[in-house]
Design a protein around this ligand. Structure first.
Ligand SMILES: CSC[C@H]1O[C@H](OP(=O)(O)O)[C@H](O)[C@@H]1O
Length: 362
């Protein structure tokens, strides 16, 4: 996406280096950084320099490629797999990318692995961009249908949670891709952006939408239900970190509450996802998906721009108060209107997914 007139992806390789947008400083400062060692890649994923299911998968693939450039032995490949796999447990794309890399590289002669690994990482990145672009194409039709029922120029009012934007993927985003496509198609939209405590990834979404000229309003996580009761939301679109074979969705904490409010108010609730985020081995998300538990400090403290313009962190709780920080929750398929994938839109169900991915239902 375009940042100050320059097109960026969230991760790329150039001149033998892997570069990322370091999201720890956004939306306050735009910083890019090179990462190289196995530990640097692991830290970047674990500490959310990069984040978002598709992006952490592609990052891990690039991490494998850099490691193969140093040591292409079986042991090094397995060690890198295990190091990256241990960084974050919930998003299935991480495991999917690592399994795909190991399956492609292990049969090769070690001497051929470095080049093959880099080619694979680049391919995964390009595939992610195209998948997300297609999610936008298919999601745009949902927005267009709503717009057609509104007076000329009246915006379609969307609500989204967390950042399932191009910063959570290589480009376009998943939930945001239909929004960018609607803007590009001249369809008026307005996006309610959940701040998404505790890390306020909504600030990333606001930053992206602002850069692309998409009207939006930053709201508290607790405002969404009220807006839906007031008839101020036409459509909810979120991302997902892991979707089960029966259509349950595991996404940023608070998604479930939005889905409940949407159901109660008859607001369509859609999830944008590339097929790399579907875990076909899992059916019941509540029972089977591991929920990442992050540091309580992310809840008791918050980062922002201080009065002197520097980026700082302040405690928002009494000294000594412990924070609890489950990072995701599971929205059962019964609360989801539909899934927007690169192959089209389907019901959040075994049958719905089978209709778009027949090869998986065999
Ligand atoms: C397109 S996946 C985005 C997904 O990932 C985010 O989690 P995190 O910021 O912790 O990596 C959030 O659940 C988003 O919906």
């Amino acid at each position: 996406m375009r940042v100050n007139g320059t097109d960026y992806r969230s991760i790329w390789d150039q001149d033998g280096q892997v570069k990322i947008i370091d999201q720890r400083w956004l939306p306050h400062e735009f910083r890019t950084v090179g990462i190289d060692s196995r530990d640097e890649f692991a830290t970047a994923i674990r500490d959310m320099w990069v984040r978002g299911a598709p992006l952490i998968g592609v990052t891990a693939a690039y991490g494998i490629a850099r490691e193969m450039g140093r040591d292409s032995s079986d042991a090094a490949l397995q060690a890198a797999y295990e190091t990256f796999d241990a960084t974050r447990p919930t998003a299935i794309n991480l495991r999917w990318a690592l399994d795909r890399a190991r399956a492609e590289l292990m049969p090769l002669a070690p001497v051929d692995r470095a080049e093959a690994a880099l080619a694979l990482a680049r391919r995964m990145a390009d595939e992610d961009v195209e998948c997300n672009r297609m999610i936008g194409v298919h999601g745009l039709e949902l927005i267009r249908e709503i717009a057609a029922k509104k007076p000329e120029g009246e915006p379609v009012r969307l609500l989204t949670h967390c950042n399932a934007g191009w910063l959570a993927t290589v480009d376009w985003g998943t939930a945001t891709s239909p929004m960018f496509h609607a803007k590009n198609a001249g369809i008026a939209v307005h996006v309610w952006v959940d701040e998404t405590r505790p890390r306020n990834q909504g600030g990333l979404t606001a930053w992206e939408l602002g850069a692309h000229g998409v009207p939006h309003t930053y709201i508290t996580d607790n405002a969404g239900g009220h807006l839906m009761q007031e008839g101020m939301v036409d459509l909810v679109i979120t991302g997902t970190d892991r979707t089960t074979a029966q259509g349950d969705v595991c996404n940023k904490i608070g998604t479930y509450l939005k889905a409940l409010a949407a159901k109660d108010n008859g607001v369509p609730f859609y999830v944008g996802l590339p097929s790399s985020t579907i875990d076909w081995t899992v059916r019941d998300g509540l029972k089977e998906i591991p929920i990442e538990d992050r540091s309580g400090r992310e809840v008791t403290h918050i980062q922002g721009t201080l009065e002197d313009g520097s980026i700082g962190c302040v405690r928002v709780t009494p000294e000594g108060t412990e924070g609890g920080n489950p990072a995701f929750d599971v929205t059962p398929a019964r609360l989801i209107t539909g899934l927007i994938t690169e192959h089209g839109v389907c019901d959040a169900s075994t049958e719905g997914l089978a209709s778009l991915f027949p090869e998986r239902s065999a």
